[in-house]
Design a protein around this ligand. Structure first.
Ligand code: AHG
Ligand code: MN
Ligand code: MN
Length: 331
């Protein structure tokens, strides 16, 4: 067996510049949180944590026991380094201020992504993004920074193995949890998304609600060798964004949750789903668009705002964007 570098060794060697000390410490805390979440998810129904609560989150979604548990694990773990001044989470209406002396960073987190999959034993994840704080007492407005301002983004995937995939703006690296040593080890250095693909992921049941550019793109994929594209496409839909993005990082593809007649701003949240995933995808050579704008350039107006998103292999995302631009010019 080859000796893989641990995440601690990797970060010590590769993090450079003004944020390196803080990032080392914060990522250490995130690693602790992710390991705890992996244990909670692994335990499945044994601990009785698979059910739903009577509460709803700010989006009106019924909270699962694990949504709340994973959120609590994050709040607890992230206080240790003393560098994180405040946190926004899918599971909290307002930002929380952490009682630290030297908080210079802000964390946005989706503690459990794909939670509808948790009691059917399908992959789920955690998504996070780090921003610079103005001061130690952040206000809601301080979080409203465009994705281009992110210092670091990552996701954990609780799949057939537990993985942590990270960018600090210098490429994307993937680590796998070695359960014998309880260390994350580097298994996927410098992840690159192939520019070409013949695989797409979208919730097809929304077809009739989509706008014309999305219908056109998917229609052409479905026509395969008999249509405009002259090649056959394959489709996947896991209903866990983390699992879809991970597949795209490993073998290419596109993932789309566009705006439609039912969900005017799409479904996914800008600050803790779309922006971190867009940062990772761009850092791996892919692209991410709302259709008309680079996702990371959207100016946020709310911590829980939704955004249409289409990301993945660059040539396909460029094509989808052109279809949207043509439609908007016709208007
Ligand atoms: P969350 O569990 O954090 O609310 O996110 C679920 C999201 C995303 O992970 C996934 O891509 C999408 O919702 C699935 O949506 P459908 O229910 O339309 O399949
Ligand atoms: Mn999510
Ligand atoms: Mn979630």
């Amino acid at each position: 067996m080859t000796q893989n570098m641990t995440i601690t060794e990797f970060l010590a060697q590769h993090l450079q510049g003004e944020h390196s000390g803080a990032l080392n410490a914060i990522l250490d805390d995130i690693t602790v949180a992710v390991k705890q979440i992996a244990i909670a998810i692994d335990a499945g129904a044994i601990t009785g944590n698979m059910g739903s609560l009577a509460t709803e989150n700010v989006q009106g979604e019924v909270q699962k026991t694990l949504d709340v548990l994973t959120n609590d694990i994050f709040i607890e773990a992230i206080q240790k380094s003393g560098y994180v001044a405040g946190m926004v989470s899918e599971e909290l209406i307002d930002p929380v201020n952490l009682t630290v002396k030297n908080g210079q960073y802000l964390l946005c987190v989706d503690p459990l992504d794909g939670s509808s999959n948790v009691n059917v034993n399908i992959s789920v994840g955690t998504i996070f993004s780090l921003l610079k704080a103005k001061n130690n007492q952040p206000e809601l407005n301080d979080f409203l920074q465009a994705g281009t301002q992110q210092i670091c983004a990552g996701y954990a995937m609780y799949g057939t193995s537990t993985m942590l995939v990270l960018t600090t703006g210098n490429g994307v690296n993937g680590f796998t949890l070695d359960k014998t040593s309880n260390d994350f080890v580097l298994t996927h250095p410098n992840m690159q998304i192939p520019q070409e693909t013949t695989e797409f992921a979208i919730n097809m049941s929304n077809y009739r609600f989509w706008q014309e550019p999305v219908q056109r793109y998917i229609d052409e994929c479905l026509q395969g060798t008999e249509g405009e594209r002259d090649k056959d496409f394959n489709m996947r839909w896991v209903a866990s964004m983390v699992a879809e993005v991970h597949r795209i990082l490993v073998r290419g593809g596109v993932f789309m949750y566009p705006s439609d007649a039912k969900a005017k701003m799409g479904k996914l949240r800008l600050m803790y789903e779309a922006n971190p995933m867009s940062f990772i995808v761009e850092q791996a050579g892919g692209a991410s668009t709302t259709g008309l704008q680079r996702v990371m350039e959207v100016a946020p107006t709310g911590i829980h705002q939704r955004v249409p998103i289409m990301l993945g292999s660059k040539n396909e995302i460029d094509r989808v964007a052109i279809y949207h631009q043509k439609k908007s010019k016709r208007k």
